[in-house]
Design a protein around this ligand. Structure first.
Ligand code: 6R9
Length: 655
């Protein structure tokens, strides 16, 4: 045990200047849950509406009259809120600060005026290409300003964007394009990360050869690295060529508050990734308000969120939240350890970053490199630190606090999900004392509860499953094209509540401690991977009969992927000792099928899998074997063939 403090009180000088102090948090929280409609009706005034909403909230989580509607008679345009309305006061302020992968290349500053111009030109070009309100556009770009431009240009004309993370494979692109029937794709010749090229355009070409993708009429290609690409005319067009000469003004589409803004695919416990759909009004209110409160945003802040725009964090807290607030947001193309493991801290000094938001996995990886790469930089500009994506272990929290923040900067550990649109459980740095490892307390309007396996709500200090009792404006509205799946996934498990899929403990002070997913989702470095997706990739290999995939604790990634594979009759597993060809082939196969994020860390040959007599794989047992805790296997008597367990334990990898 260490004698490190368990509680880090709000720094008094921070609280003195904070937007929200302890008293304000308590009274605003109470007001927000006592009368959500009047609370959120007031907060909506922070946006520019073309028609102000008069109906604020209409929500029922009951299955018989299920509905989630916020601001339903309001009209607005998200790009106008991020751009046009900033021009008067902030036209020359930097909106996006671009730091390229290679530090020798110049950084770029894109002012609000310039961003507005670029968005309008692309929006006009998209309209000329026949894109209309409600059409779906896939964006597959590196972390460059064009990614934000593309999202905002879609928003301007009412097209629904679906951003696909640049690390995903052609297969994953094809699945997402075909699910939402995209008409157009915006990509780049190549991306670069850590000096390595990523063949984005070639991946799109491969995806578009796959079934279900023939809705795509046009592919716009940003020239980024200048690498050679195959242009297939008339389908493929250079981005510059179509944008050049377009008018610099573009009339924004009037959007109803409940019109879709974007789709973002995320992994669930079963089946293919779901198209999480967010709408315009509630989402914009929620992300702009949370961004301002949680980061205690000031006009002069330089804000850096290290997420990729391919994930929800990039949508809400690089693009929509910060720009709606007129902030300066840094966009970083690279990785934390290139050219060396001091890069993050160097970028902070170079751009005088004041607010820094990153993932626990990055903190753990950098912590392993020791203090020197941090200490060689100043970081004096920093005033607040944040984390997101997975639980942060107290050691990493303390290192972040003591070494990165020099003990000066409060930390906000923000819990939320793709589905929630924005941050739901988090400290407000001027109001809530921190406890390392706890996301602490609910944001305004959020009513978390902990239920046991039977759905009984537990009071006081308790551990169980995390549900939310009421809606908030940023909540997802549906699974694109499958509303029933939305209801089944989130509202059936514990009727009358939204089920998060996370386990959680609440302590005697009412602090929430997220313990991780309780469903079949693995959180690898903050990226959600469905076990079902990896299993289906494995069994699509001709030599694989069956596969079961579980997560196990991993020092850096939080969780790693552990796969058990049964080969078809007649195929011989290759050995650990040498000639491990088939194992390597299967790992590479999963990388190719889904993308490098889904690469199994361990692949164990399983002559048989532990199954119940009804044929269900007992993952609980496989998890324990992967965790190397064979003494905790629990009851195996219900298995059809208990002996398979002994064989798996005996042959566990890395014993
Ligand atoms: C924003 C984002 C959501 C899942 C979520 C939970 C985990 C996110 C966390 C956290 C503990 C935090 N998670 N933030 N767990 N503490 N501060 O990450 O969205 O990719 O959809 O992942 O991530 O398990 O359910 P998404």
């Amino acid at each position: 045990m260490t004698d490190a403090p368990a509680l880090y009180p709000v720094p008094p000088d921070f609280a003195a200047k904070a937007r929200i102090d302890r008293k304000q948090y308590e009274s605003l929280y109470q007001a927000s849950v006592d009368d959500p409609a009047s609370f959120w009706g007031g907060i909506a005034g922070r946006l520019d509406w073309m028609r102000a909403p008069t109906k604020i909230k209409d929500v029922s989580y009951r299955l018989e009259d299920f509905r989630i509607r916020w601001y339903e008679d309001g009209e607005l345009n998200a790009s106008v809120n991020c751009l046009d309305r900033q021009l008067d006061k902030r036209g020359d302020k930097t909106a996006l600060l671009f730091e390229p992968d290679d530090p020798a290349q110049p950084a770029q500053k894109v002012t609000y005026r310039e961003l507005h111009r670029r968005v309008c030109k692309l929006a006009n070009a998209l309209r000329n290409l026949g894109v209309r309100k409600g059409d779906r556009i896939t964006i597959y770009l590196p972390m460059i300003p064009e990614a934000a431009v593309a999202m905002l240009a879609c928003a301007r004309i009412g097209a629904i964007h679906s951003v696909v993370f640049g690390g995903f494979s052609p297969n994953s692109i094809a699945d997402r394009v075909s699910d939402c029937q995209s008409k157009l794709i915006i990509t780049a010749d190549e991306g670069v990360r850590g000096g390595k090229k990523i063949p984005l355009k070639a991946n799109v070409d491969a995806a578009l050869k796959m079934p279900g993708t023939n809705t795509v009429e046009t592919v716009l290609v940003v020239r980024h690295t200048g690498g050679a690409v195959d242009m297939q005319m008339p389908r493929d067009r250079w981005y510059d060529a179509v944008v050049d000469g377009q008018p610099e003004e573009c009339a924004p589409e009037r959007m109803n508050a409940e019109d879709p803004l974007f789709i973002l695919y995320t992994s669930g416990s079963t089946g293919k990734p779901k198209g999480v759909l967010h709408t315009t009004g509630g989402y914009m209110v929620y992300v702009s308000y949370t961004h301002e409160c949680v980061f205690d945003l000031r006009e002069e802040d330089v804000y850096w969120c290290t997420a990729d725009v391919g994930w929800v964090t990039g949508h809400s807290y690089i693009v929509y939240g910060p720009l709606a607030n007129g902030a300066t947001a840094l966009m970083f193309e690279g990785v934390p350890n290139y050219p060396d493991s001091s890069r993050f801290w160097q970028v902070i000094d170079k751009h005088q970053v004041t607010l820094f938001y990153t993932a626990p996995t990055a903190i753990r990886a950098l912590m392993r490199e020791g203090d020197a790469p941090v200490k060689s930089t100043s970081r004096k500009s920093l005033r607040l630190l944040g984390t997101v994506g997975e639980p942060i272990n107290p050691e990493a929290w303390r290192w972040y606090n003591d070494v990165v923040g020099d003990g000066r900067c409060p930390i906000v550990d923000t819990w939320w999900q793709t589905e929630t649109g924005g941050i739901l459980i988090t400290p407000l740095a001027g109001a809530i004392d921190a406890k390392p490892g706890s996301a602490t307390k609910p944001f305004f309007g959020i009513r978390p509860a902990i239920v046991d396996a039977n759905g009984k709500i537990l009071d006081g200090a308790a551990e169980g499953n995390l549900v939310l009792l009421d809606s908030w404006p940023g909540q997802m509205r549906t699974v694109y094209g499958d509303h029933q799946r939305f209801i089944d996934t989130y509202f059936k498990t514990y009727p009358g509540t939204y089920f998060t899929g996370d386990g959680c403990r609440r302590d005697e002070d009412g602090y929430y401690w997220i313990t991780g997913r309780v469903d079949d989702v693995i959180n690898v470095s903050g990226h959600r991977i469905g076990t079902a997706e990896v299993e289906s990739a494995l069994v699509s290999h001709p030599k694989v009969a069956e596969a079961a995939v579980v997560g196990y604790p991993h020092d850096i990634k939080g969780q790693g992927i552990y796969a058990y594979v049964t080969l078809i009759a007649g195929e011989q597993p290759t050995s650990d000792e040498g000639g491990d060809e088939l194992r390597k082939e299967l790992v590479a196969w999963v990388r190719k099928e889904i993308g490098p994020v889904a690469t199994p860390d361990h692949l164990q040959w399983a002559p048989g899998l532990p199954k119940t007599r009804s044929g269900k794989i007992m993952r609980r047992i496989l998890r324990k074997i992967a965790e190397n805790a064979p003494d905790q296997l629990g009851d195996t008597s219900t298995l059809a063939d208990p002996s398979v367990v002994d064989a798996l334990v005996k042959n566990r990898l890395g014993k």
